[in-house]
Design a protein around this ligand. Structure first.
Ligand code: ATP
Length: 759
């Protein structure tokens, strides 16, 4: 039996117990813990954890004595745990003998001091270990997570893809082998340690395999938004030091080729989704790429895998830039593996061995939410991921949902809103009788579900009837008939949309978090739900409301093992995000209710501060306007440093399914709205060019009704303008998760805004 050792260093600084595995000491691939503990119990936990990691590295039969206060040795059957009082005093001893190549790697990577954050690509951080519970579980790497997954779910289906009308699937075992294969090929192509593999394309098995392959090969997995311009792709590729770019198709390839001459570090491009239109040096098809790794040995790859540490970066998530230049959010192995475990446990995901969950992968994978839901939770819990078609968001998503019938589904608010709009439009075509039944069912559905949220478990007869004859059919038509976990996240959702789905007996649970928290921070689920709240912290995560006002609203700050490592190459931005005590400042405003539910009330970065000095969060006003005037698609409140508030508005119009561009034709729902007012308009231009009196006065009426409810005069909308084109991702006004890019809109429509304030 191999002897192993782990060192534990302790420092008496409240409030968190931190530990960072591993560095290297003495003759074997041992791991070092730098811990901060403020209690005897904390020290015990730290020692236990060190022992666990030592065990994971090949030592068995651990038993422990209680650790003592000062520098000490805790003798363990196979593990020697040494404790000493200060992290700063630690200097790793040089290796005496190099008995494994992994040891060699560890030695060269040992850092004299590590903190809670870093902005260096090869940096390490202290892990924010808890004293007990899930927060003190042994940190693992992505590779260790994969091995766990293979041993538990090896033969279960992991990934299913539909091509030319046929589904093909990979089991967890096969998936793992494919990832290893991709890792070898990346090494062959010259992927360097802590350098990026940029992945630019729609969700597919190849996307996942490239992502994980990049990590196993010691690089960074870096999703690039498919909506990025060539320059935005260049920014990300340059920032992460990409050696390799993986693209889906010729359209994405052309973007990279356009900027390739300015990316000297890029050594190869791989295209996975369609055949190459032309051959070029260093351009590979997916199968050519996968074949390259044949000459790389398992041993070579295993050495690199063995050198990886849970507290090192493996993934970069680039923020979508709704508030400025995108930042590379560095996520460590532990950020990903711990958050997936903690988040999945919290919302009650079942393991494949009990009941296999199924999800549909369609949201942009460069976003942290999609990576968590589609890649990391599935690997942790053995979830089966099925890929939607590339035109999912242009209309085919529901077809895939109907076919796959997922058990869990995450939609960003805009996805739920679009579903709501389509269902309303379809409802308009119902016969009078069907319309009456639907209206009755929705009233019953909402009333009953609101009562159930407030604790009632009564299911009255009318509700049961509505469920049998209406709700079940609706769920089936949406492909959500098996789905017990419907989520929204990534942006605020309106109460109107939540209530609409609740009236159809679909309760949408909220996830709240950010890239910097590896995805989720709070979540709601059936027994922990309040309408309009984003739930409570995932077990092991903590919230602090910074500088709360008289109503208890303060900046939401996070702590826990989900907090990111830092922004790549952006030390100042990192220091702005993580304060001296280690709290991550989200920039969001929120309050807790008496039961501990978090309500998000706005974003500091979005606050409008009028010339009169009043702070106004725009979202509640915008939501109220959209609810009062259903023909509106997008609205943006403006008035920063101005004397009064004004609003830009767009109308609901059809979208070109190919380009995603908004068209001039109004949606059937918008046309119906106009007809009810006596307007014959069928196009956006009909309304805007003629300032259609019926529509304009209906909008003014809605604005006036919202103004009447305003808490102060400063919160009233004094002027508004209808734009002749809806906002869109293609147009640049919306981010990839369909979040409004306020600074971009302000710039694009400067002339119109100036006009509002000059008249
Ligand atoms: N459930 C939710 N309700 C309301 N807002 C949410 C929710 N989930 C996430 N958000 C918002 O999204 C933000 C995190 O977004 P993310 O990390 O994806 O950054 P981004 O939008 O891509 O980029 P940027 O930082 O440039 O805005 C949160 O800070 C919060 O404002």
């Amino acid at each position: 039996m191999a002897k192993a050792a782990a060192d534990v260093e302790l420092k008496a600084t409240p409030p968190v117990l931190q530990a960072t595995p591993p560095a290297f000491k003495r003759s074997r691939a041992r791991r070092l813990f730098c811990g901060t503990s403020y209690s005897q119990h904390g020290r015990e936990v730290l020692c236990k954890m060190a022992a666990q990691v030592a065990m994971a590295n090949g030592s068995f039969g651990v038993s422990m004595q209680s650790p003592v206060q000062q520098p000490c040795s805790v003798s363990v059957d196979d593990v020697i745990v040494t404790t000493s009082p200060s992290v700063e005093n630690h200097h790793p001893e040089p290796a005496e003998e190099a008995d494994s190549p992994a040891a060699e790697m560890f030695r060269s990577k040992a850092q004299p001091s590590v903190g809670l954050w870093t902005s260096k690509r090869d940096g390490e951080v202290l892990l924010r270990m808890d004293e007990s519970g899930i927060g003190c579980e042994t940190p693992i790497t992505v590779h260790e997570l994969l091995l766990n997954s293979v041993s538990q779910f090896g033969d279960y289906p992991a990934l299913s893809s539909k091509k030319d009308g046929r589904w093909t699937k990979l089991t967890f075992k096969e998936y793992y082998q494919e990832c290893r294969g991709a890792a070898k090929s990346f090494l062959k192509l010259g992927l360097e340690r802590f350098h990026g593999v940029g992945i630019l394309g729609f969700n597919s098995a190849e996307w996942f395999i490239a992502d994980i392959g990049a990590i196993l090969a010691g690089g960074f997995a870096v999703g690039i938004y498919t909506t990025n311009s060539p320059e935005a792709c260049q920014y990300v590729a340059e920032n992460c030091g990409a050696n390799i770019i993986v693209v889906e198709n010729d359209r994405q390839l052309q973007k990279i080729l356009e900027v390739k001459s300015q990316l000297p570090l890029v050594k190869a491009i791989i295209q996975y989704g369609e055949e190459l239109k032309e051959k070029r040096p260093n351009l590979y098809t997916w199968s050519e790429f996968m074949a390259l790794g044949a000459s790389v040995s398992d041993d070579q790859l295993d050495k690199i895998i063995a050198s990886q540490k849970p507290n090192q970066c493996c993934t970069l998530i680039y923020t979508s830039g709704t508030t400025g230049q995108p930042k590379g959010v560095m996520l460590s192995h532990d950020n990903i593996t711990w958050t997936a475990r903690a988040g999945g446990n919290y919302v009650g995901l079942s393991k494949a061995t009990e009941r296999q969950e199924v999800v549909v992968s369609y949201l942009p994978l460069s976003h942290v939410a999609a990576q968590m839901i589609d890649i990391w939770l599935p690997i942790t819990f053995g979830v089966h991921t099925c890929f939607a078609q590339p035109d999912a968001l242009k209309g085919t998503l529901v077809e895939t949902l109907k076919e796959v019938r997922p058990t869990a589904f995450l939609g960003v608010p805009r996805v739920w809103e679009k579903m709501q709009e389509r269902m309303k439009a379809a409802g308009m075509k119902f016969s009078a009788l069907k319309k009456r039944i639907a209206a009755w069912a929705k009233v019953v559905g909402l009333e009953t579900n609101l009562r159930r949220i407030n604790g009632s478990d009564e299911l009255p007869l009318n509700f049961r009837l509505a469920r049998s004859f209406v709700f079940k059919k609706v769920r089936k038509q949406l492909g959500l008939d098996r789905c017990t976990k419907c989520y929204t996240g990534a942006a605020p959702i309106t109460r109107d949309t939540l209530e609409y789905f609740l009236s159809l007996d679909i309760c949408i649970y909220e996830l709240y978090g950010m890239s910097e928290s590896s995805g989720p921070h709070t979540a709601s689920f059936p027994s922990s739900y309040k309408l309009g709240s984003s739930g409570k912290e995932i077990t092991g995560c903590r919230t602090m409301l910074f500088k709360p006002d008289s109503e208890g609203v303060g900046e939401i700050c996070f702590a826990g093992r989900h907090v990111f490592m830092g922004y790549l190459n952006m030390e100042d931005k990192t220091k702005e995000a993580i304060d001296d005590e280690g709290w991550l400042h989200s920039g969001d405003l929120g309050r807790h209710d008496a039961d501990g539910f978090l309500f998000i009330t706005g974003r500091i970065k979005e606050l409008i501060i009028t010339a009169g000095g009043e702070n106004i969060p725009p979202v509640p006003i915008e939501d109220a306007i959209k609810e009062a005037i259903p023909i509106l698609s997008n609205v943006m409140l403006i008035g920063d440093k101005a004397k009064f508030l004004a609003m830009l508005m767009t109308l609901k119009c059809m979208v070109n399914l190919e380009t995603g561009e908004p068209e001039d034709a109004l949606t059937p729902q918008a046309i119906e709205f106009c007809h009810k007012l006596g307007s014959k308009a069928t196009k956006v231009s009909d309304i805007v060019n003629s300032k259609d009196p019926a529509v304009y006065s209906a909008i003014q009426k809605g604005v006036t009704s919202v103004n009447e409810r305003a808490t102060s005069n400063a919160q009233k909308i004094q002027k508004w303008m209808l734009l002749d084109k809806d906002f869109s991702i293609a147009g640049g006004e919306l981010g990839p998760t369909m979040k409004l890019k306020r600074p971009v809109v302000a710039k694009m429509y400067k002339q119109q805004i100036d006009q509002l304030y000059s008249d």
